[in-house]
Design a protein around this ligand. Structure first.
Ligand code: 5AD
Ligand code: SF4
Length: 445
């Protein structure tokens, strides 16, 4: 049994999948008696949960490792572990072995449930322990999670990705698509509801292909109906949706299920058909816009968000203007925008006509100049409306200001008492900005 005074901290980079993995590692560690600390200097165990999706996330990890070397020198008993997507690459593990010899434990995305064993083994040896699995094997159920909030929770519905978009490292770090059994998902959410959770976000790299790896013929739409019936849960969110797999059946389910929030994150990545083909996205610009139209016709108050990459190899000015064209036509509520980042081992890394950095930056600026006024305009349409908001936290700078999200996932600031955190309130919107809304709590409709 580990001494209860041991403290841990986890630094997390990357997507919600990684964030939730860190919640699971926290759950595991706390079941071993570890206590969480925010201060690295106080920690007996520091875990770096890494991301490989873009170069800058990778660099930040190396920067942190440099800093940890000094901590380890001061406290040789400190255990330093690295896990996450970066560790799935042999070349990166070799760099850690070579240049960061003070690291104690390396593990991967498929074996976080082995953490107790890895720590116990480390306590018996002084050598670096490396345990990375190439494949997940069977899904491990029942890992405890210590969730960041007590009212909203991430729930994995599937792991991995089969799409192999040509720029993306995820299929290589997270493996092939595997869906969880619907009973396991429903039981987890029922337990969350019993504990007082109100909102769940269903996580998968491509939730629309949920169920394809299972023997039963269940679809993502079927799963939404099942979850919609769980008492106590008031909001259901999901991400991410691949446009090629978003069926009419799913649009209908989103419309029919009263708890499913009016928000779809639907990455389009690039506007030109030439680039979409090179990206291996399996849809055209026209098909994407047709899908957007269909969604908006069926669910008029839907909020649409997206991911966009600028500067993919071979992207000409004309190709880029097709991206701008989609942005204008689809009128996204907001977008995550990325400079294309070469990922060794992906097909796009070997493509000719890589785009110079300064052109990528110029295009990104141009893109934001089109996106931001649209976001502002979409938010302005909510002026004087009353929105249902799940209260999340107090503002970091002013404890009388609360923040929360609308069903459409927009961030709202308003005055209120901290005992409202975790509750759903009605807020009348009286000011709108590009990324946030402001309002006052109201009882009216
Ligand atoms: N370069 C830039 N952005 C990328 N993404 C994935 N791989 C890359 C890359 N190599 C973006 C995509 C994806 C999001 C999670 O990250 O837009 O949807
Ligand atoms: Fe990466 Fe494409 Fe899979 Fe998304 S769908 S994780 S972008 S390969």
């Amino acid at each position: 049994m580990i001494n209860s005074s041991k403290r841990y901290t986890i630094l997390t980079w990357g997507c919600q999948m990684n964030e939730h993995d860190s919640e699971k590692m926290s759950g595991i560690l706390e079941s071993l008696g570890y206590i969480n600390t925010d201060k690295k200097e106080e920690a007996d165990l520091i875990i770096l949960n890494t991301c490989l999706v873009r170069e800058n996330a990778e660099f930040k990890v190396y920067g942190n490792l440099g800093e940890l070397k000094a901590l380890k020198r001061e406290n040789p008993d400190l255990i330093i572990a690295i896990c996450g997507c970066m560790m799935q690459k042999k070349e990166i593990r070799d760099i850690i072995k070579e240049k960061y010899k003070f690291v104690d434990i390396i593990f991967g995305t498929h074996n976080i449930h082995k953490l107790p064993e890895l720590i116990a083994n480390h306590n018996q040896h002084t050598r670096m322990i490396i345990d990375v699995w190439e494949d997940a094997g069977n899904i491990v159920e029942g890992i405890p999670a210590k969730r960041k909030y007590g009212f909203k929770a991430f729930v994995n519905i599937m792991y991995g990705c089969n799409n192999f978009c040509s720029y993306c490292i995820v299929p290589y770090t997270r493996g092939r698509e595997k869906s969880r059994e619907p009973e396991d998902i429903v039981n987890e959410i029922k337990n969350l509801a019993d504990e007082g959770f109100k909102e769940v976000t269903l996580l998968g790299q491509n939730v629309n292909s949920y169920g394809k790896s299972l023997d039963s013929k269940i679809t993502f739409a079927d799963l939404l109906y099942l979850i919609n019936d769980i008492d106590g849960i008031e909001r259901i969110r999901f991400m991410t949706s691949h446009p090629k797999d978003l069926s009419d059946e799913l649009i209908y389910a989103i419309k029919k299920c009263n708890k499913v929030c009016e928000h779809i994150h639907l990455p389009f990545q690039a506007g030109s058909n030439k680039i979409l083909k090179l990206m291996n996205r399996k849809y055209t610009k026209e098909q994407y816009l047709e899908l957007v139209k269909k969604i908006k016709d069926e669910i008029p108050n839907i909020s649409l968000t997206t991911d966009i990459i600028v500067g993919f190899p071979g992207e000409t000015e004309e190709d880029f203007m097709e991206t701008i064209d989609i942005v204008k036509k689809a009128e996204f509520d907001s977008a995550f925008t990325f400079l294309y980042s070469i990922r060794e081992g992906t097909p796009a890394a070997k493509m000719e006509n890589q785009i110079p950095e300064e052109i990528k930056h110029k295009r990104l600026k141009k893109l934001l100049d089109v996106l931001n006024p649209i976001s502002h305009d979409k938010n302005s349409q909510l002026l004087n409306t009353v929105q249902e908001v799940l209260v999340e936290e107090t503002s970091k700078t002013d404890s009388t200001i609360l923040s929360g999200r609308t069903r459409t996932s927009k961030l709202v600031h308003f005055e209120g008492d901290t005992d409202l955190i975790g509750k759903i309130v009605k807020v009348k919107i009286n000011n709108t900005k590009t990324w946030t809304l402001e309002g006052t709590i109201t009882n009216g409709e």
